[in-house]
Design a protein around this ligand. Structure first.
Ligand code: CP3
Length: 337
């Protein structure tokens, strides 16, 4: 995976999935009955390692993504949160004014020691059989939660702030970006070999607004990490990024993640010299095995033999049959260059 992200020669496209661990796996659901709190599952070293390794043992993917959340580092810079099983992330206090910004403080990595510990253990456990992936949310995507206080379908409050309180929002994004650069460095020091930046809600911005409100802050994180930890491949993913690809490709990242709403051949062309990842519609995993094999072969053919990381266009959906996830990985291993 590391070689593929660097566009070096590989034998076949390495494969992993976003939300590789999670509710579609029975083993995970059973563990979640015993440990019903998501905060506990994602903040206890033993549980993090166990959950991360569940899909690794079941499917032998080429990448192992730390079981964690994009909100996990929030308490390390002054923001508390809860995860509700149905509603998702919930924040008691939001940041919408200059006064609210006082809540933020410099990163205190001692609040996320379980992340570093888990990455070190995982690196030892998977050895050279797979790459260990660390990740962060992009500043814009994280700020949708910090400003809105929960998931949203319209992004009304934060987008309004772009017009009504631009200075506050720029300061908030800057502080979050600086904290994330430290947090990513810590993940790499602890064992992460590839970093994925999830700008999951970047595609909710019109492209000219993404240029102002998301891109510079991703750049701020990536430039700092490239400076402190050169050579570690960074992937940038945004959901709904069909209108953003050329703009994303101007960032100093190695790989661009594609959702499923564009053709891989077009995506490949539009991402210039970057490696590409993703693009398989997560719903294909509900189809029969021939359809899955066809989708994998199709995306590999269109992406070509260099700089391709095989993945879905977004995370594995709840209810996905586990045997179909296995089939995806099994097929991937038969498509050699
Ligand atoms: O989905 C994406 O676009 C990826 C980026 C992202 C993550 N968390 C990474 C993640 C986003 C946008 C979130 C926020 C979040 N956290 C949500 C979505 C809410 C919304 O606004 O739509 C939810 C439901 C959570 C809480 C959460 N995170 C749960 C319940 C789980 C467990 C897995 C499951 O499906 O039950 C997670 C895990 C998680 N979030 C991982 C990652 C990368 C785990 C690593 C993996 O296996 O991929």
């Amino acid at each position: 995976m590391v070689r593929a992200a660097r566009k070096e020669r590989v034998e076949r496209a390495p494969a992993w999935m976003m939300r590789q661990a999670g509710r579609y796996m029975k083993e995970y659901r059973d563990l979640a009955v015993k440990h019903p709190s998501f905060r506990e599952r994602s903040e206890t070293t033993d549980l993090i390692c166990e959950i991360t390794l569940q899909p690794f043992r079941a499917f032998q993917p080429d990448g192992v993504i730390l079981f964690s959340d994009i909100l996990t580092p929030f308490p390390a810079f002054g923001i508390d949160f809860e995860i509700d099983d149905y509603k998702g992330p919930m924040l008691e206090k939001t940041i919408r004014s200059a006064e609210d910004l006082k809540m933020l403080h410099d990163v205190d990595l001692s609040k996320v020691e379980f992340v570093g510990e888990s990455l070190s253990i995982l690196r030892r456990e998977v050895g050279d059989d797979a790459a260990v992936l660390g990740f962060v949310g992009a500043p814009w995507t994280l700020c949708t939660y910090i400003v809105e206080g929960q998931s949203t379908s319209t992004y009304k409050t934060i987008k309004s702030m772009c017009f009504s309180a631009p200075d506050v929002l720029h300061k908030l994004l800057s502080s979050v970006a600086d904290a994330l650069a430290v947090y990513v460095g810590y993940q790499i020091d602890s064992g992460a070999q590839v970093i994925q930046v999830f700008d999951s809600w970047g595609g909710q911005l019109p492209p000219h607004m993404w240029e102002e409100w998301s891109k510079p802050y991703i750049e701020r994180v990536v430039r700092k990490v490239n400076e402190t930890h050169p050579g570690v491949p960074i992937t940038l993913y945004a959901n709904g990024n069909g209108g953003l690809l050329e703009r994303m490709a101007t960032l100093p990242v190695d790989t661009i993640g594609l959702d499923w709403t564009i053709d891989m051949a077009d995506g490949r062309r539009r991402c210039g010299d970057k490696a590409v990842q993703g693009n398989v519609d997560p719903v294909v995993l509900f189809a029969d095995q021939d359809a899955i094999e066809k989708a994998v072969r199709d995306v590999c053919a269109k992406a070509g033999p260099t700089g391709h990381v095989l993945n879905l266009g977004h995370g594995v959906l709840v209810g996905t049959p586990e045997e179909n996830v296995k089939h995806f990985f099994d097929v991937s291993k038969t498509i050699t260059y």
